[in-house]
Design a binder for this molecule. Structure first.
Ligand code: XMP
Length: 245
């Protein structure tokens, strides 16, 4: 990510959540958006928007290969969230299809949870990005709850505990919603720049790019504000440049 950020002069991660159009298939419309926006972004993020209709080893693999040919790393936003045995199969498939990193949910914990995911990632030189505080309105219900350690009597918000786990587990990134700059600041205070913060929620979900960056976000994940724009390349360039201003 750092190499790509430097080479492209951008810290915009394109969430390629394309929709099928009447005139064009989903695969070709997605490839077209990628072709237009690639000079202004440093990575691509895919999720089930494209995976479900296109299939992992058919359409998705072609998008991953296209992104790689444009020197862009690709993140699978799959929010891994199952038992270790299943998590391992999931992550192996995503890495076999060419993904460079996956997102995972720290709620499942380490042993027999995310440990196999990190082990596969370390062996194959890929990344794991942990959800620390999501961007949507109800994020407080889970990520924002106060947790209590009955042994020490210590209380802390769930997202602070997850940020600490990101350091202990040596995660390659964390996700904190760009809609909550104050949470980005708190998480940054825990991570101290050792683990980069990825912030989705800019634009369509109401997050402000400058507030997110000044609070400590390193990468901005942006979807609809680019993919649904009349000229996606102009939108991508606009966001890239707003970070620099
Ligand atoms: P929009 O269109 O709102 O898309 O710019 C945002 C993209 O990011 C994903 N997303 C998240 N992924 N944690 C994540 O790991 C989050 O809190 C989060 N919020 C949004 C969303 O699926 C879409 O691809």
């Amino acid at each position: 990510m750092e190499e790509s950020e430097e080479k492209k002069g951008s810290n915009i991660v394109l969430a390629l959540d394309s929709l099928p159009s009447r005139s064009e298939g989903l695969l070709s419309s997605s490839l077209k958006i990628l072709e237009k926006t690639h000079p202004y972004i440093c990575a691509v993020k895919l999720n089930r928007h494209l995976l479900l209709p296109l299939g992992l080893y058919d359409g998705i693999k072609r998008i991953v290969e296209k992104a790689h040919s444009l020197e862009l790393p690709v993140i699978m936003d799959c929010k891994i969230n199952d038992i270790g045995y299943t998590n391992q199969v999931i992550v192996e498939n995503y890495f076999n299809a060419g993904f460079d990193a996956v997102t995972a949910n720290p709620f499942v914990g380490w042993e027999d949870g995310l440990q196999p995911v990190f082990e596969v990632a370390r062996k194959t030189n890929r990344g794991v990005i942990l959800l620390v505080y999501m961007s949507h309105k109800a994020a407080w219900e889970g990520y924002g709850q106060m947790i209590y350690n009955s042994k020490t009597g210590e209380k802390k918000p769930q997202y602070v505990a997850f940020a600490e786990k990101a350091l202990t587990w040596r995660a390659d990134g964390v996700v904190v919603g760009g809609t909550y700059p104050e949470k980005i600041r708190e998480v940054y205070a825990v991570l101290k720049g050792e683990v980069p913060i990825y912030s989705p929620g800019i634009g369509m979900q109401g997050g402000d790019i400058k507030a997110a960056v000044s609070s400590g976000a390193r990468y901005l994940i942006i979807g609809r504000a680019i993919t649904l724009a009349e000229t996606p390349e102009k939108a991508a360039r606009f966001f890239r440049d707003s970070v620099k201003l």
